[in-house]
Design a binder for this molecule. Structure first.
Ligand SMILES: *Cc1c(COP(=O)(O)O)cnc(C)c1O
Length: 423
């Protein structure tokens, strides 16, 4: 039997992987004389080396051309956001007209709810998962209240029914059926941030629509992680950020999807001049005529400096394509899972589903022996240049990002856990 725990084995897995790593395309933070084993791409993805040139291009253009920069060259600012449209559509499995890069995730969620959460007395409710990311919960609760309804009754938070905080599809189906006639919106994560569970988006959208509800997805942990097929999922809308798995920098400009069937919708929206019909925008008239598609929800002229790193990042995704990247992600996370099961199961319990279809790259690991023990292991990992992140009370999340993490990184994590003398 091969020993999974050897450097030669990890090195062979890396050398023979069908998708060679793009690690050299990224800045890898240092730990003393070595590189970090950085598993926090679920929080802030690493910087693509190409990002700087794109940012400098914008700075140079601004320095030398000033306002003329809006109108000159292929990277002119007037149409700059269109440079990311097609790569973004490929990233999330959408049509180009369905996606736009704008604002932040939470701002986009509010804009989407302004159009797609239209509660009535009979149908006021929003269904989300219990334990949702706080910003999502604040957004939906404040929207319910904004429309004069009561979050205590009209914000429905489905409790997980499986071990380790997992949701079975049966529980989701039951909840949607039970509350169906009262549901205005089902808002569900593509990957739950705490547990790493991934969901069947198409099935959730089908169930929501069958009850007459709108369906939206939060893909903060899905974009750049899962091989999404947003158009085919039939979701009405989706939102995500680009600083996690999409590696576009702290507070990066976020993403938004509006299904093509709403491209010409007359639903109400919160409008701004950049969402106005692109052909008559500069006539500066008083009437708002939306640009078809997701672009019609833009408010302002976009932050060009903020969009620049996204271009560099999407180039890398385009180079490999999501199917190949997702396949590699499965191999890396599968290796992590095997090492834990073979040698570390007395220390770490894997909460994330074992079925690769029900997870992305992240494994959420409960440390045996409680919080203090967990904190001590977490500190030991950081002291050894292995970066994960901590979720109270006793969970470490490890997210091998397939663009830059390697089997060697994963072996280093496992060895570091093994070398820890716990109390
Ligand atoms: C990271 C994350 C956010 C962050 O929201 P911002 O508006 O980008 O600050 C929101 N929701 C989920 C589920 C997240 O994982």
């Amino acid at each position: 039997m091969t020993d999974l725990f050897t450097d030669t084995h990890a090195a062979a897995l890396d050398a023979n992987d069908p998708l060679p790593t793009l690690r050299s395309e990224f800045h890898i933070p240092r730990h003393g004389d070595t590189e970090q084993a950085y598993f926090v791409g679920n929080s802030l993805g690493l910087q693509p080396r190409g990002a700087r040139a794109h940012v400098e291009e914008v700075l140079d253009k601004w320095a030398t051309e000033a306002v003329e920069g809006h109108f000159t060259g292929s990277a002119q600012w007037m149409t700059y956001h269109e440079l990311v449209r097609e790569p973004l559509a490929r990233l999330v499995g959408a049509e180009p007209i369905e996606v736009v890069a704008m604002n932040s995730l939470t701002a986009n969620l509010h804009l989407m709810m302004a159009s797609f959460y239209r509660p009535t007395r009979e149908r006021p409710a929003i269904l989300i998962e219990a334990g949702a990311f706080p910003s999502d919960r604040h957004a939906v609760a404040s929207q319910v209240g904004f429309h004069g309804f009561d979050p205590d009754t009209d914000l429905i938070e489905l409790a997980p029914d499986g071990p380790g905080g997992m949701f079975t599809m049966a529980a989701i189906e039951r909840a949607i059926a039970e509350h169906g006639p009262r549901l205005a919106l089902v808002l569900w994560p593509g990957v739950q941030y705490r547990t790493g569970q991934a969901f069947d988006l198409k099935e959730i959208a089908r169930l929501a629509h069958a009850q007459g509800a709108v369906c939206g997805f939060d893909l903060a942990h899905g974009a750049g992680n899962l091989d999404l097929a947003l158009h085919d999922s039939n979701a009405d809308f989706a939102v995500w950020c680009h600083y996690k798995y999409v590696n576009s920098g702290p507070g990066a400009v976020a993403g938004c999807f509006v299904h093509a069937r709403h491209a010409h919708t007359d639903r109400p929206r919160f409008a701004g001049w950049w969402g106005h019909d692109v052909n008559s925008r500069f006539r500066m008239g008083p009437e708002f005529v939306p640009t078809p598609g997701a672009d019609g929800w833009q408010l302002s002229n976009p932050p060009i400096l903020g969009l620049a790193p996204l271009r560099a990042s999407l180039d890398l995704f385009d180079r490999v394509g999501m199917p190949a990247l997702r396949a590699k992600s499965g191999r890396l996370t599968g290796y992590l899972e095997k090492l834990i099961r073979e040698r570390l199961s007395d220390r770490l319990e894997i909460l994330t589903p074992a079925d690769p279809a029900q997870r992305g790259c992240q494994l959420s690991l409960r440390v045996a022996g409680g919080r203090e023990n967990g904190r001590a292991l977490f500190a030991h990992l950081a002291d050894n240049g292995v970066l994960g992140d901590w979720r109270e009370p006793d969970v470490i999340r490890i997210s091998p990002a397939p663009l830059y993490n390697t089997h060697a990184d994963i072996l280093r994590f496992a060895r570091t856990v093994e070398g820890w003398r716990h109390g």
